[in-house]
Design a protein around this ligand. Sequence first.
Ligand code: NDP
Length: 297
Amino acid sequence: MSAKVIDGKAFAATVREKVAGHVARLKADHGITPGLAVVLVGEDPASQVYVRSKGKQTVEVGMNSYEHKLPAETSEADLLALIDQLNSDPTVHGILVQLPLPGHLNSDLVINSISPAKDVDGFHISNVGLLGTGQKSMVPCTPLGCLMMLRDHHGSLPGMNAVVIGRSNIVGKPMAQLLLNDSCTVTIAHSRTKDIEAVVRQADIVVAAVGRPEMVKGTWIKPGATVIDVGINRIDIEGGKTRLVGDCDYDSCAEVAGAITPVPGGVGPMTIACLLANTVTACCRANGLAEPEGLTA
Ligand code: NDP
C-alpha cells in the first residue's frame, strides 16, 4: 500500500487565495485593510527568516505588514510599551511576537500582554481557555493547519481515534483540543508514555509533534491511518550536507498509511497560511463582520 501524499504546499496556496479574496472584499466593501504586526527581538537567524517570510506573504495577500525589529537587549518595559501601542492601534488587527525571546524577557508575560482579540498566534491564556471550553478563540496556527488538512482529507472527523504525540503548548495540546472539539477520541502521547508504539497503532489519525528525527516508524502505524508530521528536524547527511526530515520515518510510514504529509511541503507551509487566515478573522471580528468560511476552527 502506498499512502496518498497530502500536499501542504498546494493546500496552503488555496488558503492564501481564500484569504486574498476576503481581503479584497474587505477593502472594496468596507474600506478596511487587515494589518499584521510582527515583533522580532534580537537577531536569531531562524527567527529572521520566519519574520521575513511572514511579512512577504502578508503583503502578497493584500494585507498591511508592520515589522518591528528591536535589539536583543530591549528591556521588558520597552517591549510591553510597544505591545500596548499595537493593542490600541486600530490599523493593527493581528500581533505576533516571534519566539523564542531573549532570556531576560518573560515570554508568558509578554504573550499575555497582547490583546486576546489580536493574538493571532493563539498563545494568550484567554485564547487557550476559550479553545479548551469549545468557545470562539484565536487558534494556534500550526494545529489549525493540521486540522484544515485533516478535515479536507476526511470530510468529517467525529468518532475517529486520534493520537497526538507531543504535549507542547504550541502544538500538541491545542492539536488534541481541536480534535476533541471535532469529536475525535483523543489520546496524547509524550516522553513518559508506556508502549508508545502500541498506543500509536490504535490511531486512525496520528499527529507527530515531537522534535525527534524520524522517530515514528511504519510498524507503529495502523494500515490506512492518516499521518500528519509536524516535525521539522535538520539532520546531517554525507558530504557535510544537511537535510530536513520530520518526526516520522517517511518511507516506512508511507508504505502503511492511507495518507501522509511530507517534510518539507506538508504542515510547514500551512503554518504561515493560517497566520494570515487568523489575521483576516481577527479583522472581521474587530469590525463586527462575518468571518471567512473555512479559515477558522
Ligand atoms: P517541544 O519540544 O516543545 O515538545 C516536544 C514534545 O514531544 C514534548 O511534549 C515531549 O514530551 C515529546 N517527546 C519528546 N521525546 C519524546 C519521545 N521519545 N517519545 C514521545 N514523546 C516525546 O516541541 P514543539 O511541540 O514545539 O515542536 C515539535 C516539532 O514540531 C519540532 O520538530 C518542531 O520543529 C516542529 N514544529 C513545526 C512547526 C511547523 O510549522 N511545521 C511549528 C512548530 C513546531 P514531554 O512533554 O514528556 O517532554
